[in-house]
Ligand binder design. Structure first.
Ligand SMILES: *Cc1c(COP(=O)(O)O)cnc(C)c1O
Length: 401
């Protein structure tokens, strides 16, 4: 494998984000292929027994086994690290695998975690259900409230964990304050940046220690594969995360890594176009539905903070109708937009969170985090936004709105 300029940090660090998304991390085989090669191999053969031994000792730079290293996977890791402005990155088989290793690799029995209460259903399950089984305490708070972070800290607090914007309430967290507070108190901040991706928001610029992704969402962006990623310092990735990842095996397959590499080539284009489309659809819905939660709109209480942290507000927002019955009626009347719980896709997709993505969260926790029975979440795709507006218009009318 020939490393190209894409793996030279002294060169890639000068590139602007859109360039990194296309070129960072690229290696080439002796064939000189332009598109990244797909190495569908589980193992590697050695020239000699001595070479094999040297590789396992870490003295020979070659690869040993695809649970530990794979060239296609390594290209994706280097590309995401470069886009994030992180020292290192490791990718996983799904966003939830990423969140699980990012948290468990640094937590032990007796530790305490403070988490934003508005979060993806499975992220809440990790904090509310899984961690207590292993003696890790947690407190969930309104992550928009800076004082709530201060008040929740205990002597054994090790991690702050939050999403911004959060799924699906679109709560925005003041990263400069919360990540700064974490640093000051020796706490590690872990930010789930799935909604924005590094194309729209780079939490490390605001002091985040660890940034974790569902790459299934905007990074793939075409609804093809599940993938996850964790970015951090070399010390965090190599000395905390890597042991857990290598020995428990939540690896991303080389094929899926390759699909995400192709997705990243168009991420900047898609993220910005879909953000523009979402803004047009959001402007139509504002005033037409009882409530809309979209930080892109100046009427959103956290608009200024969101726009300080994000280059554009992204393709996803939620809105609220009268209750579950009316929400279902809207979904069932759609003709173009699919009823689907995926997000970040090039297709416009809509779902009722209380009965799908947040079904595993208790009714009390849903009410507390603001996932109402009438809430619908919309991902605006790459279709002509006027067609999406027309579809919503007819569906809302048929549902009595
Ligand atoms: C989808 C999602 C996840 C989980 O990712 P998967 O790839 O589905 O495992 C985690 N966090 C957020 C904010 C998400 O939207």
């Amino acid at each position: 494998m020939k490393k190209t300029t894409g793996t030279d940090r002294s060169i890639t660090s000068k590139w602007r984000p859109a360039t990194r998304a296309v070129r960072a991390g690229t290696w080439r085989s002796e064939q000189g292929e332009t598109s990244e090669a797909l190495f569908l191999t589980s193992g590697y053969a050695y020239d000699s027994a001595e070479t094999a031994a040297a590789r396992f000792r870490g003295e020979d730079p070659g690869m040993t086994y695809s649970r530990l290293q794979n060239p296609t996977v390594a290209m994706l890791e280097e590309r995401i690290a470069s886009m994030e402005g992180a020292e290192a990155c490791r990718v996983q088989s799904s966003g939830m695998a990423a969140m699980t290793v990012a948290l468990l690799c640094q937590l032990s029995q007796g530790d305490h975690v403070v988490a934003g209460r508005a979060a993806f259903g499975s992220c809440r399950w990790l904090v509310d259900q899984l961690m207590p089984r292993f003696g890790i305490e947690s407190t969930t708070i309104d992550a928009r409230d800076n004082q709530a972070w201060v008040d929740a800290i205990r002597p054994n607090t090790k991690v702050f964990f939050f999403e911004t914007p959060a799924n699906p309430t679109m709560d925005v967290v003041d990263m400069t304050f919360v990540c700064g507070l974490a640093r000051e108190r020796g706490i590690t901040s872990v930010v789930d940046n799935a909604f924005a991706t590094p194309a729209l928001q780079r939490p490390m610029e605001f002091g985040a220690d660890v940034v974790a992704y569902s790459a299934t969402k905007l990074m793939d962006g075409q609804g093809r594969v599940l993938a996850g990623a964790v970015c951090g310092t070399s010390d965090f990735i190599n000395n905390k995360l890597l042991a857990m990842q290598r020995h428990t095996g939540p690896n991303l397959s080389p094929f899926n890594a390759w699909v995400v590499l192709k997705g990243l080539e168009t991420l900047d284009l898609r993220a910005h176009r879909q953000s523009e489309n979402a803004l047009r659809v959001g402007r139509f819905l504002e005033g037409r539905v009882p409530k809309i939660n979209f930080p892109a709109l100046p009427s959103h209480p956290q608009h200024d903070l969101a726009m300080k942290q994000m280059d554009a507000a992204g393709p996803i927002f939620s809105f609220e109708v009268e209750g579950r019955e009316q929400a279902f009626a809207v979904l069932n009347a759609l003709e173009l937009i699919d009823i689907s719980n995926n997000i970040g896709d090039a297709r416009s997709l809509m779902c009722h969170n209380a009965s799908t993505t947040h079904y595993s969260v208790s009714a009390e926790a849903r009410a507390e985090m603001g996932v109402s029975e009438g809430m619908l979440r919309l991902n605006v795709g790459l279709e002509d936004p006027q067609d999406v507006i027309d579809d919503l218009d007819q569906a809302l009318t048929r549902a009595g709105l």
